[in-house]
Design a protein around this ligand. Sequence first.
Ligand SMILES: [Mg+2]
Length: 175
Amino acid sequence: MALFSPKKHFHSIYDITPEFLHTVGVRALVLDIDNTLVTYQTPRPTDKVVEWINLMRSHGVGVTIASNNDRARVEEFCRGLDVFFTYKSGKPGSKCIKLSCKRWGILPREVAVVGDQIFTDVLCANLGGAVSYLVDSLGGRENAFIKFKRLLEKPIIRSYKKHHPDEFSEDKNEA
Ligand SMILES: [Mg+2]
């Protein structure tokens, strides 16, 4: 189960701050695009996403965009962002973590993979020796395979929530 457990859960990327990363020793982020930064249907980053990425970089946090989506999607998304990116990243394979380590001259444990899927993003981080941050899916339309994976994610998230209440952000409605 540990391979499927995120180190920490956030409601959204905006809850991740440079100050927090600094305190836990994370020096670079590997960011998923689809349903993490924007929905599948959003071709370009929103102003808010750009602002958040720039905030990270202005605090010396390295940013890599790593998507399993195709070249056209990722290039269009990253155009103008001046950001290091990889497409068809093969997550949960850990190639994107290795690239990030090389790029920033850091160790896997100083990299956090941020994403919305347990079997892709969280597993990638855990297999690659990086830190994994799970965010809530932005809820855009998902294909049948992802919907299937969502069903499998549910008991894992429930168990994680039960065993690691301090690392899990409570439902906004309950707060
Ligand atoms: Mg995703």
